[in-house]
Design a protein around this ligand. Structure first.
Ligand code: GLV
Length: 322
């Protein structure tokens, strides 16, 4: 059970987000603290009944959090939380699924368009004050989305919106999901994860928007990459480890695929010595696909919904994971 409103303490733990400031504007009167680092979180967690966090989470926190009853993740993905540790400690977990669905899906489309329109190259040329001429070489000329095929892996709120936005650009969309019988609004076809190697040759863009699970870890492996067209690109707004990164580096280095736009990598930050940094056919964004000015308010709405459910004695959470 959660303590009542006048005895509840919420800890907002994030390196940058302005949860406390946005929460204070709601005038709830609920006590809240803000932690900006692991050290600050360690110091605050013993007094918290509710924790809002994502990247600062560690699975040894429950051991020093005797009051903690609810973790409202502010990430859509919850692969960082050990479910068993939470269950044993009697702590509930809700994901932030949906809070950044617009942002992440728009980021994936931005990545597709940036690669097609060669925007990174234009920006590099701008830095050199170089006015590039028109291109006879198709391999180096800008292109359009219409008529291209996108395979969208993971068709939840993010992948579903990517599918609909790709359709709006005149693309053919193949959805790939764990249970294909559930269909995908917006996709022309839907298949299961295990069909990916067979589908891969059809992709101009292989767009990854699935959670990281035992089923999706290394889903895009050397065999899938080998089946792709030499012009095809990988767009990853999911988790780095959905892709076998050494196999991706090899496919890019050997020109066996056309390029990649990566918002996520196996290790983050991307290590300084990663060959991905220097590849002109790779567009890297630093796990910012979900960023939006609406982030804090979207998560606070979910958190309040879940706190109110627990106050009412309900057992089901919004976006329940544990
Ligand atoms: C971002 O990566 C998220 O999981 O929301």
């Amino acid at each position: 059970m959660l303590p009542p409103r006048d005895r509840l303490t919420i800890c907002f733990a994030h390196v940058a987000y302005r949860f406390a400031e946005r929460f204070a504007l709601r005038g709830t009167g609920i006590v809240h603290v803000e932690a900006r680092s692991r050290a600050e979180l360690d110091a605050a967690i013993a007094g918290a009944d509710v924790l809002v966090c994502s990247g600062l989470w560690r699975n040894d926190l429950p051991a020093i959090a005797p009051r903690l009853r609810l973790v409202q993740s502010c990430s859509a993905g919850t692969d960082q939380y050990d479910r068993d540790v939470l269950r044993q400690a009697g702590i509930r977990l809700a994901s932030g699924q949906g809070c950044n669905a617009n942002a992440v899906s728009e980021h994936a489309i931005a990545q597709i368009l940036a690669l097609l329109r060669r925007l990174p190259e234009a920006r590099d040329n701008q830095a050199k004050r170089h006015w590039r001429g028109m291109m006879g070489d198709f391999a180096r000329r800008e292109d359009e989305a219409g008529g291209k095929t996108a395979i969208v892996v993971g068709t939840g709120r993010i992948g579903g919106r990517i599918a609909r936005l790709c359709k709006a650009l005149g693309m053919r969309v193949i959805g790939v999901r764990r249970d294909p019988t559930q269909g995908v609004d917006g996709a022309d076809e839907v298949h299961g994860f295990r069909d990916l190697p067979r589908l891969a040759p059809r992709a101009d863009f292989l767009v990854l928007a699935c959670p990281l699970t035992d089923e999706t870890r290394n889903l895009v492996d050397a065999a899938v990459l080998a089946a792709m067209k030499p012009t095809a690109r990988v767009v990853n707004v999911a988790r780095g480890r959905v892709v076998d990164e050494p196999a991706l580096v090899a496919a890019l280095r050997e020109g066996r695929i056309g390029g990649a736009a990566l918002d996520v990598t196996a290790d983050e930050p991307l290590p300084q010595d990663s060959p991905l940094w220097d590849m002109p056919q790779v567009l890297i964004t630093p796990h910012t696909a979900g960023e939006t000015h609406s982030y804090e308010d979207n998560v606070l709405d979910m958190m309040m919904e879940n706190i109110e459910r627990l106050w009412r004695g309900e057992t089901g959470l919004f976006n329940q994971i544990v």
